[in-house]
Write a protein that binds this ligand. Structure first.
Ligand code: DX5
Ligand code: ZN
Length: 216
């Protein structure tokens, strides 16, 4: 498939959220990526469900929700109530990951499992068939605008092999430090979905940047 682009709302102008969401609606973006943080699993807090309910009402693109929180299974009903298409939980936060993935599916959403930069791809061997997406973090989660960790390219190759070997249908998403250069190399390595925060929202022409990222 052609790769997809999911701009991350974390880098938007929170004083003009409606305008930024309308820009996403007009653009060629495929999904909107929403980063929820708890100040525990990651050293930052972004926005929570009261804000995201308004975002969800305005946004016409499928919502890709990335939960950087402990005990993410507690919030399956809240994520579902947003009308989310995809719910991503971190491997590092789920002792009973298979059960959490089942709970997300039972709620009618697609399930993604996310790996921190230091968490190896091989740990997914017994779950990759059960998930719809694997989200590889290319930065340590918690903040936008960080430098891309080069080893992520190797992880995309490794994950492609694991997906092929196991017959998994999972797509590969990469999040953190994505720009025109790293994005092109990720797509060449086999990434299906690119999340982009600063690259999109700090660009002079944000819709043109989304188009350029799609054309990589
Ligand atoms: C970081 C978030 C990312 C962030 C990416 O913890 O998960 O989605 O918004 O921002 P950039 O693209 O600026 O690295
Ligand atoms: Zn994210």
């Amino acid at each position: 498939m052609n790769h997809l682009i999911a701009p991350s709302l974390l880098s938007a102008d929170f004083s003009h959220l409606a305008q930024d969401i309308e820009m996403i609606n007009r653009s060629e973006a495929d999904w909107l990526h929403l980063d929820i943080m708890d100040g525990v699993f990651v050293p930052n807090i972004s926005f929570g469900f009261p804000v995201l309910q308004h975002v969800a009402q305005l946004c016409t693109k499928p919502l890709d929700v990335h939960l950087m929180i402990v005990q993410p299974e507690k919030f399956i009903p809240e994520v579902k109530a947003l009308g989310a298409m995809m719910m991503n939980v971190h491997y590092e936060t789920c002792t009973h990951l298979h059960k959490v993935v089942g709970g997300i599916h039972d709620a009618g959403m697609k399930a993604g499992v996310t790996l921190n930069p230091a968490t190896p791809v091989c740990l997914l061997a017994d779950i990759v068939r059960d998930v719809d997406m694997v989200l590889l973090m290319a930065v340590n989660p918690g903040f936008g605008g960080q430098k891309f960790i080069e080893h992520t390219i190797d992880k995309v190759h490794e994950l492609r092999e694991l997906i092929a070997k196991t017959g998994s249908k999972a797509v590969i998403e990469v999040d953190g430090g994505v720009n025109l250069d790293t994005g092109r190399r990720l797509v060449e390595a086999g990434a299906d979905v690119l999340v982009a925060g600063n690259a999109v929202f700090k660009a002079a022409d944000r819709e043109a940047m989304i188009r350029k990222l799609k054309e990589l």
